[in-house]
Design a protein around this ligand. Structure first.
Ligand code: SF4
Length: 152
């Protein structure tokens, strides 16, 4: 089984601040499954480090919102391009499911920041998580990694 994972979860320094978010249980899955790391924001052409981005509107991405960075620059096109590149990878490599980093404006599956850059989380999805789920791809977040060994 092939699993797409947010690159930062396996220790790659792709986060906006140039750091990573290594998650032990996700990394451990690499002993049993083929992990394919990807970072939609860098695939979409954004540099690392980069300004923080959030989705305007207070409910995450549903296909028509705008994504802006903390300087007010519209980065929606980069986010869309990155999400589409990840979906293309999933199709090309016949990936079975994705484990994405929670709370990210790209990768978040259940909560994202509300667009005010005040640290407030709201229920909603990031751009890539939304696109993958809309295409029928099973998406989990890192806290659910332990479910994989028992379910698959
Ligand atoms: Fe990690 Fe996703 Fe953010 Fe890239 S876009 S740094 S993979 S959370």
């Amino acid at each position: 089984m092939r699993i797409l994972v947010s690159a930062c979860l396996v220790g790659l320094p792709t986060r906006y601040d140039g750091r990573s978010s290594p998650h032990r249980e996700v990394i451990e899955l690499g002993k049993k499954y083929c992990l394919v790391p990807a970072c939609p924001e860098t695939l979409g052409g954004l540099p690392t480090p980069r300004p923080r981005c959030e989705i305007l509107g207070g409910h995450g991405w549903s296909g028509k919102e705008r994504v802006i960075d903390e300087n007010g620059v519209d980065r929606t096109e980069n986010f869309l391009r990155g999400a589409e590149a990840v979906l293309e990878m999933v199709k090309l490599l016949q990936i079975d499911l994705a484990i994405l980093k929670s709370k990210s404006p790209s990768c978040g599956k259940t909560f994202v920041y509300d667009g005010s850059f005040s640290g407030r989380l709201v229920p909603g999805k990031g751009v890539t998580a939304f696109l993958l789920e809309s295409a029928g791809v099973k998406v989990l977040e890192e806290q659910e990694a332990r479910l994989i060994s028992s379910e698959y």
